[in-house]
Design a protein around this ligand. Structure first.
Ligand code: FAD
Ligand code: UDP
Length: 392
């Protein structure tokens, strides 16, 4: 690449997922700088990508994505690029041959246990933990000193958590960082919604349209179907783009271990296999997602039409089969929140900190089990740091 081309870009962004697109949008619009996004897939949007399948049903290629947040600045930021349908996610769990509300709440309690037992446990839960409060399962197990509450904690653990977690992660809840099962705490309430966040929904015309609007800017160029390894190299803490030293900034949202050629060893991830089915009926299940903690090899079934209320005589579902991650075979969907892997991550992080024009952001680059709203929040904060630097 000759010098003229090299100067065309002030920023190179690896990955056109949420992190990459937020960064590109801010840099292009606010700083008015030239951005090149390099993405190995044939589309933008990363794991949030959605598309209309051959039956014209809007589906999520990489699993169900329902946006939810309490962060008004994140909500307002994304709302510049889309309107929302305000869909509220409801999840049922197939437990003891019944479909019951998940997260476990007071309604779940009454559906799974005899009325008198449930009534006694409800009173004890409210007294010990508090009405309308949430408590993670491992904390409930730990805090339950009374025999009845101990029974309940073990019941929930056995029926809802232990097998699902083993299926999803290949290990038990105790072997993972508590933050994983804390995502779905027991809710001492009658509220059946999966999330209680203030803002929730899906982009009214789909995620892909929203991403398209974000990156529609004359300052942004996107190279799809391109693995960054083909064009970017690191050498002596310097970045090279197509063989030339790159003096702009590199925003990296891919796997940090890959960036450093697995120098300290591979970071582990959990992968998934998605099995889509189109069915000749209007609806297949009662709600958007049904979890199968104890039965089946898959963890959950999503039926996309619940997300959108699309009218169609057919429906489309997807089953999620957790898989061991293999870098040559499948996609690294989940970083694994365990202490030893965080330590391995930190080795890469310290290495990255030596390169002064490298910025890490996103689920893979930060090796964190982030929801979409946190990714946007992190990206906006990284951008604000860039802004301060550019102005100094
Ligand atoms: P990604 O979306 O992974 O984007 C990274 C991009 O980098 C990808 O496009 C990838 O192809 C590209 N890339 C990687 N390596 C290279 C390379 N070598 N060269 C070039 N490009 C590369 N969050 C929610 O808030 N609500 C939900 O309901 C929800 N559901 C989820 C369901 C599933 C099954 C999963 C796995 C995640 C879910 N999430 C959900 C989390 C959400 O997907 C992430 O928070 C978000 O997509 C992360 O954005 P990102 O840009 O950091 O990463
Ligand atoms: N979980 C569980 N049973 C359930 C739902 C969740 O054991 O019915 C545990 C499991 O360990 C899972 C974690 O809680 O990985 C987080 O669940 P969440 O629904 O947030 O997972 P995600 O949507 O991110 O895959």
């Amino acid at each position: 690449m000759n010098k003229k081309v090299k100067k065309m870009y002030d920023y190179i962004i690896i990955g056109a997922g949420l992190a990459g697109c937020v960064m590109a949008e801010r840099i292009a619009n606010i700083l008015d700088k030239k951005v090149l996004i390099i993405e190995k897939r044939n589309h933008i949007g990363g794991n949030c990508y959605d598309y209309f399948n051959k039956n014209n049903i809007l589906v999520h290629k990489y699993g169900p994505h329902v946006f939810h947040t309490n962060l008004i600045e994140v909500w307002e930021y994304l709302s510049q690029f889309t309107q929302w349908n305000n869909y509220q996610l409801h999840v049922l769990g197939f437990i003891d041959n019944k479909k019951v509300p998940i997260p476990f709440n007071l309604n779940t309690l009454y559906e799974l246990l005899p009325y008198d037992t449930a009534e006694k446990l409800e009173k004890k839960l409210i007294k010990k933990i508090g009405h309308k409060t949430k408590i993670p399962i491992l904390e409930l197990k730990e805090k339950s000193d009374d025999e009845d509450l101990k029974f309940l904690a073990n019941f929930i653990y056995e029926k809802m958590f232990v097998n699902y977690t083993k299926k999803q992660w290949g290990i038990t809840p105790e072997e993972l960082d508590q933050s994983v099962t804390e995502r779905v705490p027991i809710y001492i309430s009658r509220d059946n919604k999966y999330f209680q966040d203030k803002y929730q929904g899906l982009p009214i015309d789909g995620y892909n349209k929203m991403f398209g609007k974000m990156v529609k800017n004359h300052n942004i160029k996107i190279m799809l179907d391109t693995d960054f390894n083909v064009v970017i190299k690191l050498l002596n803490n310097e970045i090279f783009f197509r063989g030339e030293k790159f003096d702009g900034k590199l925003v990296f949202t891919g796997q940090i271990d890959e960036l450093f050629n697995y120098e300290f060893g591979e970071l582990p991830y959990r992968s998934l296999q998605f099995e889509f089915e189109t069915l000749d009926c209007e609806y297949f299940q009662e709600v958007g997602i049904v979890n199968y903690p104890n039965d089946q090899d898959f963890t959950r079934i999503t039926e996309f039409k619940h997300f959108t209320n699309q009218e169609n005589e057919k429906t489309c579902i997807v089953k999620e089969y957790p898989k061991t991650y293999n870098k040559d075979k499948n996609i690294p969907y989940y970083p694994i929140p365990q202490k030893e892997y965080h330590e391995l991550y930190m080795k890469y992080f310290r290495k990255a900190a030596q390169i002064n024009n490298l910025i890490l952001v996103g689920r893979l680059a930060e090796y964190k089990y982030y929801n979409m709203d946190t990714v946007v929040d992190k990206a906006l904060k990284k951008f604000n740091e860039i802004l301060l630097n550019e102005r100094n």
